[in-house]
Design a protein around this ligand. Structure first.
Ligand code: SAH
Length: 255
């Protein structure tokens, strides 16, 4: 997308500064034979708009900030090249190491459920591809995201940096323990299946803060759950059945 933009800018610049027909001809030539034609870019933009309309708005997500973020984040640039054409489809995709990028609707629903404000500071557990983090970063001030697999953490950090996200910090660690240095958080999103809520995360949630996670069996299905901290206690509401990859590390030990 960026390459195509800079081509257009370069061309516009040349047309203004050099007289004669030659620059115009060169621009037309580059436009037609560029290795990244504009229609390829448009194709993803269009696919993204269709995805939001059909799979996100169409299923009842209403928060305008969430819809705008879903229309903005280039999901196809957070998956492997060979999967780009399927990036806007209504299902999860493999991201390596046996892990998956969540289905767009589930990302939108979790984000809407977090009732975010522009000034919020959010923690995500399970960076994966970095997509959920990017969606959050379009809406809030600061996003902290933890990934337990080094390859995935490094890859996501690199891609998010390339996309220009300056308000996302990625850490390679076990998210079970949260991120004390940046706590308390207005919202915490766990992107991997948990059979209980890690006590550290409850502690690191602000009063009135929202914790969203797939809670249940880490092997089979979970219920997408919203836990709101009220007077130090959690008020719990179950949303829809979901299926996430398991949260590993400390979560797997007996507690
Ligand atoms: N939010 C991601 C999807 C993540 S899939 C996205 O938008 O692409 C779940 C991720 O959680 C996997 O990458 C997995 O490695 C990671 N994970 C599992 N257990 C974890 C833990 N204890 N701490 C941090 N990350 C964990």
């Amino acid at each position: 997308m960026m390459k195509a933009d800079s081509y257009e800018k370069q061309c516009a610049h040349k047309v203004h500064t050099v007289n004669g027909i030659m620059p115009l001809f060169l621009c037309a030539f580059f436009f037609l034979f560029s290795p990244l034609p504009t229609f390829a870019v448009d194709r993803y933009v269009q696919k993204r708009q269709e995805m939001v309309e059909k799979d996100i708005e169409g299923r009842g997500v209403k928060d305008s900030a969430v819809l705008k973020a879903m229309r903005t984040v280039p999901r196809h640039l957070l998956v492997e090249k060979r999967l780009r054409d399927r990036a806007y489809a209504d299902y999860p995709l493999p991201i390596g190491e046996g892990q998956t990028i969540s289905q767009p609707y589930v990302v939108a629903l979790m984000t809407e459920t977090a009732r975010l404000k522009a000034t919020d500071r959010v923690l995500e557990i399970g960076t994966g591809s970095g997509y959920q983090a990017a969606v959050l970063a379009e809406i809030v001030k600061e996003v902290y995201t933890i990934e337990i697999r080094r390859t995935l953490a490094d890859r996501a950090a690199k891609r998010l940096k390339k996309l220009g996200y300056k308000n996302i910090t990625v850490k390679y660690a076990d998210g079970y323990f949260g991120w004390k240095e940046h706590a308390p958080f207005d919202a915490i999103i766990i992107s991997a299946a948990a059979n209980h809520i890690p006590p550290h995360l409850i502690k690191q949630l602000k009063e009135g803060g929202r914790l969203i996670l797939p809670l249940g069996s880490t092997v089979y299905y979970q219920m997408l759950t919203l836990a709101t901290k009220k007077k130090g206690e959690l008020e719990v509401r179950q949303l829809i059945p979901v299926r996430f990859v398991p949260m590993v590390g400390e979560m797997r030990k007996e507690h």
